[in-house]
Design a protein around this ligand. Structure first.
Ligand code: NAD
Length: 501
């Protein structure tokens, strides 16, 4: 590493929310210039829910404030003759429970406000799904496509070094995970760097989630957010009030689905909808969108994109040169799963979907949200619907702290117990089960089955709680989910006595 000193700003924001100018990417093709930036949108949604929450003003002010922010600039050697300065951030919005938790994003668009907005969403998300963590988020300002794996590794390790030195990472402090532009590979580098700084920490694997299985990851984490999106939408379709509002029945089979963003969340959401009989008729990416009213084969289009780098030339699909226009096509369910601020006042009136399931964080501006709700559309909000990722991250963290794979100590025992029970039942019924029947009953759960089941149970419970609050307060699902989060966080904040110190 060259000798340039790293510049650091370590900011403890205290109890007063920071004033800010409009974000650099406030203007985009979906939003009017005067629509709020991402952080202002999150705060608008918070303020609406706060009014209905019955929580005291003092507590509400404390919950809203971003707790701590780390802002770093560090040099990285790109080749023998060149080094560049990289900007990185980590915001811990709330530490009412520890560790704080949230992904790390690698994107050109990263700035402090985006990271703060995402960190606060994490706080509310964890509360909604009863994951006992505070909220955090990190970001590194770069386009990962412009760097080689070796360069990305150097940047990730250097960023982690900053987190280690400033005490912004650790299994009991703050635990990153994948987000836009990062995945299991980056999480391995983060873990390895943390281990080098903390060789004595026996729980070091719990310093980051979304790791490969071989390095302490949990089976099911990769697909968790998309699977949670599927479970959540499936759940809402079962509700009679949703069926009345949308005219849709409760079956997934036969529903038409459009997904924006074919990365981790979008790919897996599309896959689970397809596996359960829905027809994915459109997928939007950053360059173009693919549309086929007869349904796109998810595995084939995934392979095509991996080989050609784009959807162009895929089967019979129509290729839309304006990818954002895919959001405006007729469909039952629309899943924005790319980035924030994709549905704003410029395009919201053209949205025809009956259910909008937010896979991405912050895809809808407040004004666009209000318009959709006024039209009787069902908007299932990000802080509820994409909470599957952090739910399974929680399972991974538990696995790391317990140092044992889920099911390892109980599977054999459960199978033996069920074998004995079946033998007794067969003897009294006078009929022998076929080997297939016996296997289906006896089979003890594998790790991924336990993870799927824990995720499904969590999403079903959180959807039901949100629905109940929406009915009790006569409000929309986003406000209802936020009310539930605020009330849960307020209980912890007030009972701990921390805010009165
Ligand atoms: P990713 O990087 O794996 O995928 C994002 C995809 O969106 C990429 O394929 C990218 O090319 C595409 N994209 C970028 N700009 C686009 C545009 N303008 N239009 C259409 N597509 C575009 O990221 P991800 O992990 O899938 O995250 C997607 C969203 O879901 C983000 O908002 C993220 O914060 C949120 N999220 C992710 C997780 C997770 O576990 N990964 C959990 C909760 C929420």
């Amino acid at each position: 590493m060259r000798t340039l000193a790293s510049a650091l700003r370590l900011h403890h924001a205290g109890a007063s929310p920071m004033k800010r100018c409009l974000s650099t990417h406030v203007t985009n093709i979906a939003c009017n210039d005067d629509e709020p930036g991402f952080l202002d949108s999150v705060e608008t949604f918070y303020d609406r829910a706060a009014k209905l929450s019955g929580v005291s003003e003092k507590t509400l002010t404390a919950i809203k404030a971003v707790d701590s922010v780390l802002s770093v600039k560090f040099p990285v050697e790109i080749d023998a003759d060149t080094h560049i300065i990289i900007e990185g951030y980590r915001a811990q919005h709330s530490r009412h429970r520890l560790p704080s938790k949230g992904g790390v994003r690698f994107s050109d668009e990263v700035d402090l406000q985006e990271v703060e907005a995402l960190a606060s969403l994490m706080t509310f998300k964890c509360a909604i799904v009863d994951v006992p963590f505070g909220g955090a988020k990190g970001g590194v300002k770069l386009n990962p496509k412009k760097f080689t794996p070796k360069q990305l590794e150097r940047i990730t390790r250097r960023y982690t070094m900053e987190l280690c030195q400033k005490n912004f990472i650790g299994p009991g402090i703050d635990v990153p995970a994948p987000d836009v532009g990062t995945g299991p590979r980056e999480m391995s580098w983060i873990m390895d760097t943390y281990c080098q700084f903390n060789p004595q920490d026996v729980n070091a694997a719990g310093c980051v989630t979304g790791k490969p299985i071989s390095l302490g990851g949990v089976r099911g984490r990769n697909e968790a957010t998309g699977l949670g999106v599927y479970y959540g939408i499936r759940e809402f379709l079962q509700y009679l009030e949703v069926q009345r509002m949308t005219g849709l029945n409760g079956d997934i089979a036969g529903k038409t689905v459009i997904v924006q963003g074919f990365g981790n969340v979008g790919y897996w959401a599309a896959k689970f909808f397809e596996n359960n009989g829905a027809k994915v008729i459109g997928i939007g990416e950053h360059d173009v969108a693919a549309y086929d009213p007869n349904g796109l084969n998810i595995q084939s289009i995934f392979k095509h994109r991996a080989k050609k780098g784009s959807f162009r030339g895929f089967g019979n699909a129509a290729i839309l040169q304006n990818p954002l226009s895919i959001l405006e096509r007729e469909c039952d369910i629309l899943i924005p799963a790319a980035l924030e601020r994709q549905i704003g006042l410029k395009n919201v009136k053209k949205i025809k979907a009956k259910v909008i399931g937010e896979g991405a964080n912050g895809p809808t501006t407040p004004a666009a949200h209000d318009y959709l709700v006024s039209q009787g559309k069902v908007v299932i909000p990000d802080l509820l619907l994409n909470a599957g990722g952090v739910t399974v991250s929680y399972f991974e963290w538990l696995k790391n702290l317990s140092h044992v794979r889920f099911g390892r100590m109980s599977r054999e025992w459960e199978e033996a117990g069920k074998e004995k029970l079946l033998t007794l039942v067969e003897a009294s019924a006078g009929r022998q089960l076929t080997p297939q029947e016996r296997r289906a009953v006896v089979h003890g759960a594998e790790e991924h089955e336990l993870v799927y089941s824990g995720l499904e149970d969590t999403m079903m419970g959180a959807c039901e709680e949100t629905r109940a609050t929406a009915a009790a307060k006569n409000t929309d699902l986003r406000t209802a989910a936020m009310i539930n989060a605020i009330q849960k966080i307020a209980t912890v904040t007030e009972k701990s006595g921390k805010m009165f110190l």
